[in-house]
Design a protein around this ligand. Structure first.
Ligand code: LLP
Length: 418
């Protein structure tokens, strides 16, 4: 199975849709994130089709990739959004997203962010603690509003993924223990400016099995039955994001099977199902294009020093994540075992270890599966301007974020005047 149908070789040159990556590198420089509009659209439709005629809402997790063009395309497809900050709220609104389709997640929403979201009339706050609920109730009261709320419950389920992105175990900072949630849902008299409309969870990211989703779903559904028995009318169930993508050779459930498993956990329960996919929507719709600056052979190792670094794509350094690295132009010759590293002054600055490639200085490489948590986690470490981003649509390339300039990096800094 080809995970990148929109990134394929044509006459030995890797293309994004109909455009050669060599052309993109010449025109926009490197490092450069390259996204495929067709890939993003096709994946969104796959989710839609899997839900068939159900009552559902896809709330794209903005943190995966928050470029305005990405958000705008998803808004045009009818998507909702899962945000975790006031900044993400402003991005979604700027990109034409419907506030009525926004859910607001996160353990640490600040008062001004709550105000902003209440003023925008978002769909729902996913609340993670009693203290947060109290503050939200107070702020809503002061604004003469009622805040729509789901409690994010922690179902204590092992997502069996990298510990840094596992969020549904009781020792994690996320959510309200499921045993305590029922009591809070029934305390409506203490929170007159809160309206409970949903139940929510998110157990982790890059899950490669369905079982943890089903276990969590079943626990939430059983809570919902108990709430209904008390006449508490909840209208939606939000099962978060987390479906993984194939970075290498992981065996993965399809989007269809994932959605089918979630739908099945509902049983006879009639309500709206929300999901918050990030990575599974955009991950394989993007790559990071980089140029080899130097080839360096030492007695121990062969290094390809490229112009992208850990500040551009942090995942390998932070999680030891594996991203496939493909040559943009296939060369003939002998394979050599390369360490693909960036210019940043840390041994942890690498994009890939032990990659068998045929390379010369100046060659372009494509770091695959970089559409999610690539650009959105990038930084200016080593005063490196952030990469450009382009979106390919057929034979057209749109610049969706210009490469940063050094002047922009220092624009808000000041030296002492005395
Ligand atoms: N909803 C909530 C509340 C979340 O915290 C997340 C991700 C999502 C949805 C989307 O999850 P996804 O469908 O993308 O798995 N930086 C890490 C991933 C962090 C995920 C954090 N939360 C990485 O690069 O792997």
């Amino acid at each position: 199975m080809n995970d990148f149908p929109q990134f394929e070789y044509q006459q030995d040159t890797l293309h994004a849709e109909s455009v050669s990556l060599e052309t993109i590198a010449k025109e926009y420089g490197t490092p450069c994130y390259v996204y495929s509009r067709a890939a993003l659209t096709a994946t969104y439709h796959e989710f839609e089709q899997a839900f068939a005629n159900d009552d559902y809402l896809i709330c794209y997790a903005v943190k995966a990739n928050s470029n305005l063009a990405v958000l705008n395309l998803l808004a045009r497809l009818g998507s909702g959004f899962d945000i975790v900050s006031g900044g993400e709220l402003q991005r979604v609104i700027k990109a034409g997203g419907d506030p009525g389709k926004i859910v607001f997640s996160g353990v640490g929403k600040m008062a001004d962010e709550m105000r902003m979201a209440l003023a925008a009339d978002i769909l729902c706050f996913n609340v993670e603690s009693i203290a947060e609920l109290q503050l939200l109730n107070q702020i809503a009261a002061a604004m003469n509003k009622t805040a729509p709320v789901s409690l994010r419950v922690n179902p204590d389920v092992d997502a069996r993924t990298h510990p840094y992105i596992s969020t549904g175990l009781k020792e994690n900072k996320f959510g309200i223990p499921i045993e305590e949630a029922e009591h809070i849902y029934l305390s409506t008299d203490i929170f007159p400016h809160i309206q409970f409309i949903g139940v929510d969870c998110h157990i982790g990211s890059q899950l490669t099995e369905l079982d943890p989703f089903v276990q969590a779903g079943e626990k939430l559904v059983s809570l919902l039955h108990r709430l209904r028995a008390h006449n508490q009318q909840i209208t939606h169930l939000d099962l978060g994001g987390g479906l993984g993508i194939r970075y290498t050779n992981e065996a993965l459930p399809s989007i269809h099977d994932y959605v089918a498993a979630l739908r099945q956990t509902l049983g006879q329960l009639k309500l709206r199902l929300l999901i918050e996919p990030g990575r599974s929507l955009i991950g394989n719709a993007g790559l990071l294009l980089t140029r080899t600056a130097y080839i360096k052979h030492t007695p121990d190792r062969h290094f390809a020093i490229v112009d992208a670094a850990m500040n551009d794509l942090m995942r390998p350094s932070l999680y030891k994540a594996y991203h496939q690295i493909l040559p943009v132009i296939k060369r003939k010759g002998d394979l050599c075992n390369y360490q693909i590293v960036g210019p940043v002054c840390e041994t942890g600055d690498f994009l890939g270890h032990d990659r068998k490639l045929i390379l010369e200085g100046g060659d372009l490489l494509a770091v695959m599966s970089a559409g999610a948590y690539g650009m959105s986690m990038s930084s200016n470490y080593n005063t490196r301007p952030r990469a450009a981003e382009v979106m390919v649509d057929g034979d057209t390339v749109h610049l969706i974020r210009a490469r940063e300039t050094i002047d922009q990096l220092t624009a808000s800094e000041a030296i002492l005047q005395t």
